[in-house]
Design a binder for this molecule. Structure first.
Ligand code: PEP
Length: 252
């Protein structure tokens, strides 16, 4: 199966709208030849600027979260329908920072996934174990559980609008990357979970990224792994040349 890689930047809470537009202008010419999907995940406030700056390019725009209800008395929240109407195509859900600092759980991630898919968005669903869980040798169980719960109620047709990002929590923003073998092992495990849920064909077509301190220097080795179909990039996505180098590594 030839899966088309996806390289997505997660800018986290960085860049004002003007800075976001400037960074995208810098990235655009550097990724114009990419054969992989290229996405920038920006703060809500930057979405209009990012959508404007990416117009006519092949760069997609992601939000970093969304609420599951369509509208109502949910002060401070943003619905998937609102994102979709603006022209946003992707949403990152279940990121470990959302789970750690903002109370996201497997069940709330499931609801967000439902809301996003109903609105027509493509979901980048983050799963991954903490260092303690890896040391307890329960990485497989944790990642399988997170994946199964988040995908509860998702049909096989809808799965084509879900990208799974395997992000070991201990590797996010720490400079400590999983080895290529560790990354592939867990991505392969996620694929086998998908096979159990949806059958081998759907699992074979599913896109599974690695995320966690991926950078220009280590991307090629990680992306060369058979079950790694791209990357979710935090820190390195804020530097245009580094992000472009990762995109280039995924475009070979
Ligand atoms: C992330 O935020 O999803 C991430 C992988 O961050 P970093 O690349 O900085 O580890």
């Amino acid at each position: 199966m030839n899966r088309r890689y996806i390289i997505a930047g997660n800018w986290k809470m960085n860049k004002t709208p003007a800075e976001a537009a400037a960074l995208i202008e810098e990235i655009k010419p550097l990724v114009s030849d990419a054969s992989c999907q290229v996405v920038v995940g920006v703060p809500f406030i930057d979405l209009p600027a990012a959508l404007e700056a990416t117009k006519g390019s092949q760069i997609g725009v992601a939000a970093q979260n969304c609420y599951w209800e369509k509208a109502g008395a949910f002060t401070g929240e943003v619905s998937a329908d609102m994102l979709r109407e603006m022209g946003v195509q992707y949403v990152i859900l279940g990121h470990s920072e959302r789970r750690t600092y903002f109370g996201d759980t497997d069940m709330t991630v499931q609801k967000r996934v439902r809301g996003a898919l109903d609105a027509g968005l493509t979901v980048i669903l983050c799963v991954g174990e903490t260092l303690e869980q890896r040391e307890q040798d329960i990485t497989g169980e944790i990642v399988a559980m997170q994946t199964k719960i988040a995908l509860g109620g998702v049909s096989v047709e809808e799965l084509s609008r879900v990208v799974i990002a395997y992000e070991p929590v201990w590797a996010i923003g720490t400079g400590r990357t999983a080895t290529a073998q560790q990354a592939n092992e867990v991505c392969a495990l996620i694929r086998s979970v998908l096979s159990g849920l949806y059958g081998p064909e759907a699992a074979d077509q599913a896109l599974i990224q690695y995320g966690g301190s991926m950078n220009a220097a280590n991307a090629a080795e990680l992306l060369a792994q058979p079950d790694v179909d791209g990357g979710l990039i935090g820190g390195a996505s804020l530097k245009a040349p580094d992000f472009a180098a990762i995109v280039a590594a995924a475009s070979r």
